[in-house]
Design a protein around this ligand. Sequence first.
Ligand SMILES: NC(=O)c1ccc[n+]([C@@H]2O[C@H](COP(=O)([O-])OP(=O)(O)OC[C@H]3O[C@@H](n4cnc5c(N)ncnc54)[C@H](OP(=O)(O)O)[C@@H]3O)[C@@H](O)[C@H]2O)c1
Length: 279
Amino acid sequence: MDQQTIIKLVDGNLMPQLGLGVWQTSNEQVVKAIHTALEVGYRSIDTAAIYHNESGVGKALKEIDIPREEIFVTTKLWNDRHQDAKAALEESLDKLQLDYIDLYLLHWPVPHQDQYVEAWKQLIELKESGLARSIGVCNFHIEHLQKLMSETSVVPAINQIELHPLMQQRQLHSWNATHHITTESWSPLSHGGKGVFDNPLVQHLATKYEKTPAQIVIRWHLDCGMIAIPKSVTPSRIKENFDVFDFRLEKEDLTAMAELDIGKRIGPNPDTYTGDHIK
Ligand SMILES: NC(=O)c1ccc[n+]([C@@H]2O[C@H](COP(=O)([O-])OP(=O)(O)OC[C@H]3O[C@@H](n4cnc5c(N)ncnc54)[C@H](OP(=O)(O)O)[C@@H]3O)[C@@H](O)[C@H]2O)c1
């Protein structure tokens, strides 16, 4: 297999373009999934305080023989800790058994709470102190980003947003890129591929490139310049999802994929989400 691709973030730090998502994964499952992923070649793990599996991630990382600096770990600040980010990160690091996090993300803007600028200022301090090497946000729309950037001078390295073939977010992705913010796709497989893996175009491309529908979709994210973090606890799928570095989609196929966009969200709308019914 060819080498995995690495993205240079706006702050100069490097991040693998493909990582393992671990939402809805128990502490027990996550240890096994991470062991499999690291054996296959993944070097990036995406967790969050609210996933309640940071201690499993920490256990898995402690058990393997790979230098800390070769692994990229992301965790996220939950919505009820916007005024308390340093203590929240210290709790996460304690569970992860790490001295620093590679990427710390604000999980949701929760506009009605109106604390995300204050939280962002705390993340800037966490970066300056070295506890977080890079900082970013999730689920931020343009107006949320504009507010952060007008009130502080630090651009988020990452905006992690719901992005998959049925919800391509081209305007937000393009705005991110213009402002040197890297777009990271969550639910990159549309949370299991429903309505995507059986799409005739995706099926056609799978036949054309001799790949699976999941591999076509992951390759589409990479070829469009996004970071992707597909989740799986199934060893064969963890391997399958990483076997995407020996081909690229042709330009005409990327253009055709754009037609799949129907603006269909799986998760809540960040403008109205109050932070209490989905993690
Ligand atoms: N920032 C945020 O607000 C936010 C929100 C949601 C998600 N995320 C992050 O994004 C990650 C990925 O999103 P997600 O977990 O919602 O969805 P996803 O990665 O789009 O899809 C995961 C689902 O697809 C299945 N799957 C994985 N590979 C497959 C394959 N090759 N063939 C068929 N099925 C496959 C998995 O099943 P098995 O596990 O059973 O194999 C699982 O049910 C999360 O784990 C989390 O880290 C962030």
